[in-house]
Write a protein that binds this ligand. Structure first.
Ligand code: IVH
Length: 673
């Protein structure tokens, strides 16, 4: 029997899963569930444990990269130099420690280091590439190495010059000039945007940073253009050919060629001057029209930066010196499960109202049950809450001294408080989710999604109309759309006969979607556009997919255990089966997918492990194009295991089973027809 995992190993595992999950929420979905401060806390705890236990290191730990993979809808851009992240200092002492490491690293233990300090903007990091002074590409940070191409959107930002100004005599920019900065959403405009969205019944953004991210990651750049984004530049990409010896000179250069830099940036000699700047910014942050969550201090001289170098994901020559979040204590009057528009059930603490960070707070998110248990928050407890720039404050911890013994524990209900469907726990993610397709709490969102361009593509079903349809009781699930008559629609407020007919036609015209769009439209947790395509390709019809077991789902390369579980659970819900049946009865018939024609590797099963010279996914695609099948785990029926550098346990298993293993060159040979 394998030894039971130590509690440290367990905590590390759990933290990795949590950090991965929140990374995805933040970077891929633009919809974080926890505040930055809380995320930082999880991340730092993980780094701390991994540092203390090098034997538990893992190349796939979220600490080994700087962000999340780019979403699939944008083209990708490879950064010529990785976009790094910054280590944090949370207090004066931590900043002094950083300064000491810098001095030691430079062999100048007693010097006052020349720093440049800047506000740490809370937006989205973007890289701009200019060629012959023209803006060619703008990309997001992505995972630091590969980001998303958002050029069309960034071009709508007025403070980003499409062409750089010529520099004064004697100064020139290199042919290719890379500069990085932060795209932000001004605070006042943010409040206006949210007010407008709320009026239209659209979901509001949690904070200006999400609004910036949501605006930049629009596929339609006209929407981006309607948002007043702004961009401050603060860092170089590739420095080759740039006539600057210090960061300060670099900022001056940026300013001279027309890029916007932050006017609050300044030079500081030594740690105390930096700490003073931090104090000033704490005072000023509220009066700025953009969110600032700390300051960034950078060693000014480039030669010193080079000398200090990097540690895995962050430079040793710069640090984010964060502001303390604003805290208060109050009483938890009750804890209630709340169903969000995607079906996530989160425990919410109802608080005795308290004033913190400029607003009165009466609710705080407890995020998920793991958090409730870890922090041991009970009804009746006195708790510390925190607001860190976000709209939703969260519970930091319980003031245990104030416990009377009368506090009550909160339990997550088994069924959804809104619709009564089963509530399932998402594996690894600690989140509970209502999986009822017709749950009113998420009905509007699921109908909107079902009718959207990437799903059944039903024109005319705007948010307002959907709200009317739900409120009037005409639509209780997506199948009801197909029973709508012109008369029913025309009876709704402000609906002309003609529009009513158009909608009936659009609904009727959507009855033969591609299978992929149909699957996407169902809104199965974990199944987005791409996964829907994979499933359609593999299963061919909705009936086959509906009846696939978890094992069969797992045989699909891109389907992991959690996704397989979610898909199975979704089709097991009686209400969902009923909706699917009714869709069928109304004549909704997704088109059957023709299975791919076979190639010379057809019938062969492959497993990939370790790092190859090309992304694994690319190799997988080539194998599939030749008819081969990729699975994620090694078994007796695996034909070939392709082994890259640092292979994982899959290689051990393959050896044990006596399977054929190939290196990359071997795989290449095999791929040749
Ligand atoms: S410099 C190697 N300067 O913070 C240094 N970053 O945690 C690269 N940020 O991804 C970044 N304000 O999104 C730098 N004045 C500033 C910044 C700043 C905000 C963000 C940026 C970066 C993250 C690093």
């Amino acid at each position: 029997m394998p030894a039971k995992k130590s509690s440290v190993a367990q905590e590390i595992d759990q933290l990795r899963r949590q950090v991965d999950h929140h990374n995805r929420r933040y970077h891929v979905h633009d919809a974080p569930e926890i505040s930055d401060a809380e995320y930082d806390r999880l991340f730092r705890r993980l780094v701390e444990l991994e540092d203390a236990h090098p034997e538990l290191a893992s190349p796939t730990s979220p600490t080994q990269r700087v962000g999340a993979p780019p979403a699939e809808k944008f083209e990708t851009v490879r950064h010529s130099i990785a976009m790094l992240s910054l280590n944090n200092a949370m207090s004066e002492d931590e900043f002094r420690d950083f300064d000491e490491r810098v001095r030691r690293g430079l062999n100048r233990p007693t010097d006052a280091i020349d720093y440049v300090v800047e506000p740490k903007l809370d937006g989205l990091a973007i890289e701009l590439v200019y060629e012959q002074a023209r803006l060619m590409v703008a990309s997001t940070r992505g995972d630091g190495v590969v980001g998303e191409n958002v050029t069309a959107n960034v071009k709508t930002i007025h403070s980003v010059p499409l062409e750089l100004r010529a520099l004064p005599r004697g100064l020139a920019l290199p042919e290719r000039f890379e500069v990085r900065g932060e795209v932000i959403f001004p605070k006042k405009a943010f409040e206006q945007l949210n007010a407008d969205r709320a009026k239209r019944g659209e979901p509001v953004f949690a904070n200006p940073r999400n609004a910036a991210a949501g605006s930049l990651r629009q596929l339609d750049s006209r929407i981006t253009a309607s948002r007043p984004l702004d961009m401050f530049c603060y860092a170089p990409g590739d420095l080759t050919g740039v006539a600057a010896k210090t960061h300060w000179e670099f900022l001056e250069l940026l300013h001279a060629c027309g890029l916007k830099t932050n006017p609050l940036s300044r030079r500081c000699a030594g740690a105390e001057a930096v700490i003073e700047f931090h104090r000033e910014m704490v005072e000023r942050r509220m009066s700025l029209d953009y969110d600032v969550d700390g300051i960034v201090a950078k060693v000014n001289r480039f030669d010193q930066q080079r000398q200090l170098g990097l540690v895995s994901r962050s430079p040793r020559w710069a640090i984010a010196y964060k502001f303390k979040a604003q805290q208060a204590t109050t009483r938890v009057n009750n804890i209630l499960p709340s169903v969000g528009r995607t079906g996530t059930v989160t425990p919410i603490a109802e608080l005795e109202p308290v004033f913190v960070g400029g607003v009165t707070v009466s609710n705080a998110s407890l995020h998920n049950m793991d958090e409730v248990e870890r922090k041991d928050v009970r009804i009746g407890d006195t708790v510390t809450i925190e607001r860190a720039g976000d709209v939703i404050p969260y519970v930091v911890g319980v003031v245990f001294d104030k416990r009377s013994g009368k506090e009550r524990k909160f339990h997550m209900p088994d069924s959804c408080p809104v619709c009564g469907s089963k509530v399932v726990r998402e594996e690894g993610a600690a989140a509970y989710r209502c999986i009822g397709m017709s749950c009113p709490a998420k009905l509007r969102e699921s109908i909107r999604h079902f009718a959207s361009k990437h799903a059944l593509d039903i024109d005319g079903l705007g948010d307002k109309l959907v709200t009317h349809l739900i409120d009037s009781g005409l639509v209780r699930n997506v199948a009801d759309l197909y029973s709508l008559t012109k008369e029913q629609l025309a009876g709704l407020e402000r609906m002309a006969d003609k529009s009513a007919q158009n909608i009936v036609d659009a609904v009727a015209g959507s009855k033969q979607p591609t299978l992929a769009r149909f699957i996407n439209g169902l809104g199965i947790p974990q199944v987005g556009e791409h996964m829907a395509e994979v499933l359609a390709e593999r299963f061919g019809t909705i009936d086959v997919l509906e009846n696939a077991s978890e094992e069969q789902l797992l045989e699909v390369r891109e389907v992991g255990p959690q996704t397989a579980h979610e898909i199975r659970a979704f089709f097991d819900v009686k209400e969902n089966q009923r909706v699917l049946r009714r869709l069928r009865d109304f004549g909704v018939r997704p088109r059957v997918v023709q299975r791919r024609k076979s190639g010379h590797l057809s019938g062969k099963t492959f497993v990939l492990t370790g790092t190859l010279s090309i992304p694994r996914d690319q190799m997988a695609k080539e194998i599939e194009a030749a008819g081969g099948k990729i699975t994620s785990s090694v078994s007796k029926s695996t034909d070939y295991v392709i082994v890259g550098e640092d292979p994982g346990s899959k290689l051990d298993k393959a050896t044990k089973l006596g399977l054929t293993t190939l290196d990359e060159a071997g795989a290449r040979r095999l791929l040749q027809p």
